[in-house]
Design a protein. Structure first.
Length: 66
């Protein structure tokens, strides 16, 4: 094991099929727990907002480091 990979968690699969499987599992889990389609849209919106904020923060960090 190289020192570069020591102590790091393995990255999740970046394959599109992995994302699709995760999304479908998440969807089924929420629906089976009584979430309505409108609530699923709200959850999806919140997830997108969190990712957007993280990407924005990363972009600002890169700009200030340059």
């Amino acid at each position: 094991m190289s020192s570069e990979t020591a102590g790091k968690k393995p990255l999740p699969s970046t394959a599109p099929s992995g994302a699709r499987i995760l999304a479908r599992s998440f969807y089924r889990e929420l629906r089976s727990n009584g979430y309505t389609p409108a609530e699923l849209v709200a959850v999806s919106t919140e997830l997108i907002e969190l990712v957007t904020l993280e990407l924005r923060d990363n972009r600002e960090t890169v700009k200030t480091a340059a």
